[in-house]
Design a protein around this ligand. Structure first.
Ligand SMILES: Nc1ncnc2c1ncn2[C@@H]1O[C@H](COP(=O)(O)OP(=O)(O)OP(=O)(O)O)[C@@H](O)[C@H]1O
Length: 260
């Protein structure tokens, strides 16, 4: 973590669809350089909160702030220069190569102008970081789920934005790439907010966690204050034993509670 201030923030965010409140009075701040994990059960509102923060959904009320500005008031290109978003699902039938997909991350910087050395360098670095360099000339449509996920993250890294939002970025990844990605997200200078299901990885790598349940923030803070047996039982219906690890981070053992 570095620097004072707030890189992005949710301020009393609310979002409703089909007469149902999906995100309900959600507020939290993300300091610059902080790796924040957005956790919570299926349907608790993680993806919707990320989309609101990215300006891809308009809140019913409240504000998503990006570097102090309401993201809804910024032009799309301005947002794209400051924030990269990795969605949970992407189209698989696009006829393009892997390097072309990663180069899309440079679009907010270059518009219609020719590719610069800087673009090529950024794409090369991002592909190397996600270990997809060898796939450069492969067709996007022919990639495996995990390969596609890594290429998608490389596209976001090539965007070189101060803020990166990722929706379940470890989906489809094997254990080695999962750990590698979490290391990278925890070490980058960028501010990162990621929706995560793996609580053990969230405990180990995130600086802060925001725990959602039924669209509301139940707890927010360092992993040790959020991943408590009481909260994990209340929100996830799991039995948890939590031990402080050598670095002070919680070490979790989870088992199911009997179904109600
Ligand atoms: N466009 C929509 N119209 C109606 N309901 C929606 C819409 N988008 C999301 N929802 C509902 O809002 C709730 C929260 O969805 P969201 O995808 O944000 O949850 P999530 O925490 O990311 O879930 P998961 O862990 O399963 O990915 C769900 O019940 C979902 O069905």
């Amino acid at each position: 973590m570095r620097g004072p201030g707030i890189a992005c923030a949710a301020r009393s965010l609310e979002w409703a669809a089909s007469g149902r409140t999906v995100v309900d009075d959600v507020s939290f701040d993300v300091p610059p350089g902080c790796f924040t994990g957005l956790i919570g059960p299926n349907g608790s509102g993680k993806s919707t909160v990320l989309r609101l923060l990215a300006g891809l959904r308009r809140p019913t009320s409240g504000h998503a702030l990006l570097d102090g500005s309401d993201v809804a008031a910024l032009k799309r290109r301005e947002v794209a220069r400051r924030l990269a978003f990795v969605a949970q699902e992407t189209a698989s039938d696009v006829d393009t190569t892997v390097s072309e997909v990663v180069m899309l991350g440079r679009a907010p910087h270059r518009g219609r102008s020719a590719t610069t050395d800087e673009d090529v360098r950024a794409v090369g670095q991002a592909m190397a970081a996600m270990e997809v360099t060898a796939l450069a000339e492969r067709s996007w449509a022919g990639l495996s789920g995990g390969e596609r996920q890594r290429v998608n993250i490389a596209r976001a890294l090539a965007q070189q934005t101060p803020v990166v939002l990722l929706d379940e970025p470890t989906n489809h990844l094997d254990i080695s790439h999962r750990l590698g990605l979490m290391e990278l997200l925890s070490r980058t200078d960028a501010t990162v907010v990621a929706a995560l299901h793996e609580l053990d990885l969230a405990a180990r790598y995130c600086d802060r966690l925001v725990l959602l349940d039924a669209g509301r923030v139940v707890a927010a803070g360092p992993p040790a204050t959020v991943l408590t047996p009481r909260l994990l039982e209340q929100v996830y219906r799991v039995r948890a034993t939590v031990h402080p690890g050598p670095d002070g981070r919680p070490d979790l053992r989870l088992s199911p509670l009997p179904r109600r």
